[in-house]
Design a protein around this ligand. Sequence first.
Ligand code: PDD
Length: 297
Amino acid sequence: MLAYLNGQILPRAAATIPVEDRGFIFGDGVYEVWRVVNGQLFELDRHLARLVYGLSELRIAAPEFATRDGILTVAEKLLSGSGLETGEGTVYVQITRGSAPRTHAFPPEGTPPTVYATVNRFVPPEEARARGVSVVTVPDLRWMRCNIKTLQLLPNVLAKQEASERSSMEALLVRDGVVTEGSHTNCIGVIDGVLRTHPLTNLILPGVTRAVVLELARELGIPVSELAFNESEISDLDELFLAGTTSDVMPIVRVNDQTIGDGVPGPISLRLAAALRARIDSDCAAPPYLTSVSTTA
Ligand code: PDD
């Protein structure tokens, strides 16, 4: 697989950064993950807007790369050079505050950010989707700006590791008794036919998949309530599912030792999973995305 690093395209294994990079030292940066189908980035603009928002909140000057044309130009090169013009993949982008001698305050003005991107092949987890997955609940140990997609993922890493060790696909994070989201997904419940999910606050990442799924639900006439549910209400849920770029809609059939619904993926979850798949396929069936690039890097 190829990578892009500060203006250069090179084999990923050959991409290196200085040890004083603030991403390495402080986790001082942001990242983004796009789904790619047939060489096209799904929901390019929403992911880009979240990246630009994160840069602005962290006061990292947005590089030319963090534009529609910048990302499309690099993605096209990485995807075609990595044999990913067809099929399923992901594009990963990471931007840090750059490299400078270690001191907590920002480096001198003009320190260039480190810009890294790479691509990967992706196999949608269809078997797990058909069966439904188990999740566990763990305390949400994160900071108060979970709406920024920062590189600082230690609480998420520990949560997901605990899930793995308990043979579960994901950890649902619980803050003050409230289910916020998953370690790398949003989560959406169904009670009496109504979708229930945490509102867009500083306590969750505004997931692109979450947004698309809520739009699809409204189009299908499924009512949506952006009202969080408590961990103690999990037993009241008829259905529960994860939503994320690398999970799509993923039905949950077990939380800790508790079975959700009938222990099989519920009808609303399956309907939304199918609607999301159709939306991804139709959006990515457009002519090659390069036709929308107006400038070349
Ligand atoms: N994770 N919540 C968290 C904490 C996330 O890290 C993610 C995405 C989501 C879902 O967002 P989206 O639908 O925009 O992918 C929710 C990415 C995929 C990751 O860390 O790999």
